[in-house]
Design a protein around this ligand. Structure first.
Ligand code: GSH
Length: 251
């Protein structure tokens, strides 16, 4: 069993070194659980780090590869990509998901919904192609962002607000089960990310999302999370990641 082989191994995260991006959902889980991990591409090149290490890992065909895109997690004999799959793997090991199968399936489907939301968020500034500069698709971005703010943010956040409300075990305070889960951590990241990228829109919606706002505050106050957020390990938001602040997209 892979679990036996990997027991005790340090977690290795491979992700772009200068952005939070999708890697942040994995970093938050590792940090909240105080798990020993190395953010490999952020190490200096002489210590085996740098973006080239990441691109080499994506292309490698041993150990389960090649991989389409980061983040990638390596843990002993296991290497896997796709944020939701990585969190599905980490959840039980980091005690960030309940023990029962129904809860684990629920956490996974919620995380996949978050992945859809993340892609739509990315597409507000890159609605035509990731390979083009924002400035070369700004007209389309303006049209997309208006509809994202009007229709999609309310639909996604309204959905997660209802998920919190209907999770009886969590008393309206947790998305899955009674304790902190990786889905809670990811929703925290969604809320702070949207708050960075669309501060005006989110401020208008906050009153209608009391459970999500409270969840966000609670996650930020978790001692391990608070220590992480205050540390240099937390890369500041910037205009290279998923959540970008372009004032014209948030009128
Ligand atoms: N569904 C994947 C998406 C992965 C992804 O799009 N990764 C970005 C960085 S955040 C990337 O480098 N993509 C390269 C590409 O799509 O060509 C996940 O959730 O992990």
């Amino acid at each position: 069993m892979a679990g036996m082989v990997t027991q005790g191994a340090t977690y290795e995260l491979f992700y772009w070194p200068s952005i939070q991006g999708r890697g942040e959902f994995v970093r938050l889980a590792l940090e909240a659980a105080a798990a020993p991990y190395v953010d490999v591409a952020r190490l200096p090149a002489e210590q085996g780090g740098g973006a080239k290490v990441l691109t080499a890992l994506l292309a490698a065909t041993d150990g389960g590869g090649p991989f389409f895109a980061p983040p990638v997690l390596r843990h002993g004999a296991v290497t896997l990509s796709q944020t939701a799959a990585i969190l599905q793997y980490l959840g039980p090991r980091l005690h960030l998901v309940p023990d029962d199968e129904a809860s684990r399936l629920k956490a996974n489907h919620l995380q996949l919904t978050i992945a859809d939301f993340v892609l739509e968020t990315h597409d507000t500034h890159h609605p035509i192609a990731s390979s083009l500069y924002y400035q070369d698709q700004q007209a389309e971005a303006l049209r997309r962002a208006v509809l994202f703010i009007r229709n999609r943010i309310p639909k996604y956040l309204g959905y997660f607000e209802r998920v919190l409300e209907t999770n009886v075990a969590g008393g309206g305070q947790r998305t899955v089960g009674a304790a902190l889960s990786y889905v809670d951590l990811s929703l925290f990241q969604i809320m702070v990310g949207l708050g960075y990228a669309f501060p005006r829109a989110l401020a208008r919606m906050a009153a209608g999302l009391p459970r999500l706002v409270a969840l966000c505050d609670r996650v930020a106050a978790e001692p391990a999370v608070a220590a992480y957020l205050a540390s240099p390990r937390r890369i500041p938001f910037n205009e290279h990641g998923i959540f970008r602040y372009y004032p014209e997209l948030d009128p």
